[in-house]
Design a protein around this ligand. Structure first.
Ligand SMILES: [Zn+2]
Length: 120
């Protein structure tokens, strides 16, 4: 494969990444964690001395955006939507990382091709 067709192949891969990025739905960064709580009610099951059963799980979403970290409780009905958005965000990050990687390879291939052309 010569330099031109190698670059072309890389550019085609970038086109596919762009199309995939354009098809992505709602997204959000972060990770979900589960919390179990103890309440203030006397004699509640969460304080049973033999077999304490804490309340929960409660779902907490944590994320960092522009250097600021935030945590928010997510109600159960919203979990599927949030999970989808988190997965979409990860896909978005993966695709942009691949795009950058391919762009660097193209830049390198173009440099080498220019050097070879000068050497002739
Ligand atoms: Zn309780």
């Amino acid at each position: 494969m010569n330099a031109t067709s190698a670059i072309q192949a890389l550019e085609e891969r970038i086109q596919r990444i762009k199309a995939e990025l354009a098809s992505l739905g709602d997204l959000r960064p972060g990770s979900l964690s589960q919390q179990y709580n103890v309440c203030g009610k006397a004699g509640c099951r969460c304080k049973d001395p033999q077999n304490p059963q804490r309340h929960g799980p409660y779902y907490q979403l944590s994320w960092v955006h522009r250097g600021q970290s935030t945590t928010q409780f997510i109600r159960r009905p919203f979990l599927p939507q949030v999970r989808t958005e988190l997965a979409t965000y990860n896909k978005f990050r993966k695709l942009t990382d691949q795009w950058v990687n391919l762009s660097l390879r193209i830049a390198q291939a173009k440099l080498l091709a220019a050097r070879k052309a000068r050497a002739k």
